[in-house]
Design a protein around this ligand. Structure first.
Ligand code: PLP
Length: 342
């Protein structure tokens, strides 16, 4: 594909890069209006909007990939649409119907076709659907008006120096979400709560953080903005917890793990079990898999090591999932959908 914008795809960071258009839609008087296309990067909302005061806000993160065959594919978009509906339900926002979600993401992709990175660069077009309470309230109650929008931005390859394990810091003095709170939905407050320990970990030389369950501090919870998994004895093991976001990547890796002959266990994973894994990783849309080289328990000083190179199963699963997303191998679970006309 031609690069009309002279973008250095391979060196793009995972950050905001302006594109030409975004799409928006308003919920008023109990119904969604028509999608609007705009080239403005700004939104105008009421100063008493519930999103600004009470955190009535949810988002999604997904990617569109240009395949070897030139086609552009979305990966399991229905799962993102469903998760956004769950997020809306969890904090009493108007739900975005799947048809509207699909129309918005595909329009945003098509209108910004020049920003879809070519196959082979490792880069992709990141899609950010966003839903928030735009109507005013002063008391703590849900807004009566909502805004749904989708913007896209090209993001570079996650591993610029190859698929290399990263160090992670286990934190016991911060919690991301409560067991009966909002950890299982993708609302902004969860991310605000994770910033301080994440920033400290970065300053201390770690790539990310590992939270424990906030009730007993005994079980592995979320791995920063990703799910955790460990591998041992040909088993793919990932935590079960009410405060973890159901990762679409993790769900897919569970299937791929089975496809390549591993058994899958989703159950509480005690911290002590970290010592027994042969491989460990964090998974999510941004990186697919971030192999974990070591986990440092900041409070106890204990360290769990998994070696300086990614393990064989993590590597195989990573290659496999990427190949499905980029249309290189058969998509036997029907996970991808081609965006026609780009
Ligand atoms: C807290 C959290 N957990 C897990 C994930 C991974 O989810 P997915 O695989 O759907 O991207 C994300 C990011 O997307 C996240 O923000």
């Amino acid at each position: 594909m031609e690069n009309n914008k002279n973008i250095d795809w391979k060196n793009l960071p995972f950050g905001y890069y302006p594109t030409d258009y975004n799409v928006r839609c308003y919920y008023r008087d109990g119904k969604w209006g028509a999608l609007e296309v705009t080239s403005s990067e700004y939104i105008s909302i009421h100063m008493a909007a519930t999103a600004l005061h009470y955190g009535q806000e949810a988002f999604e993160g997904m990617k569109a990939y240009r395949g070897k065959d030139g086609k552009v594919r979305l990966f399991r978009w229905e799962e993102n649409a469903k998760r956004m509906r769950k997020s809306a339900e969890g904090i009493m926002m108007a739900e975005v119907p799947d048809e509207l979600f699909y129309e918005a993401i595909t329009r945003a992709v098509k209108m910004n076709a020049d920003y879809i990175p070519p196959f082979g660069t490792g880069a992709a077009l990141y899609l950010r659907p966003l839903l928030f309470g735009s109507g005013p309230q002063v008391g703590v109650k849900p807004a009566e008006e909502y805004m749904f929008m989708v913007f896209v931005t090209p993001v570079g390859p996650y591993f610029k120096e190859g698929f290399k394990p990263v160090p992670i810091e286990l934190v016991r003095d911060y919690d991301r979400a409560a067991p009966q709170g909002t950890g299982h939905i993708k609302v902004g407050g969860n991310y605000a709560a994770s910033m301080r320990p994440a920033d400290r970990a970065h300053q201390e030389g770690f790539a990310s953080i590992l939270f424990l369950d906030s009730k007993e501090r005994k079980y592995i919870d979320e791995a920063g903005p990703a799910n955790f998994f460990g591998i041992k004895n040909k088993k793919y093991i990932t935590p079960q917890s009410s405060s973890i976001l159901p990762s679409i990547t993790n769900m897919s890796l569970e299937q791929i793990a089975m496809d390549i002959g591993l058994t899958v266990e989703r159950r509480p994973v005690a911290v002590d079990e970290l010592d027994t894994f042969e491989e460990a990783g964090a998974c999510g849309t941004a990186a697919i898999i971030s192999p974990i080289g070591r986990i440092f328990d900041r409070s106890t000083g204990k360290e769990y090591g998994y070696g300086p190179i990614a393990g064989p199963f993590s590597t195989e699963m990573y290659i496999h999932l990427r190949a499905i997303q980029e249309g290189e191998i058969e998509d036997k679970h029907n996970w991808t959908s081609v965006v026609e006309g780009v």
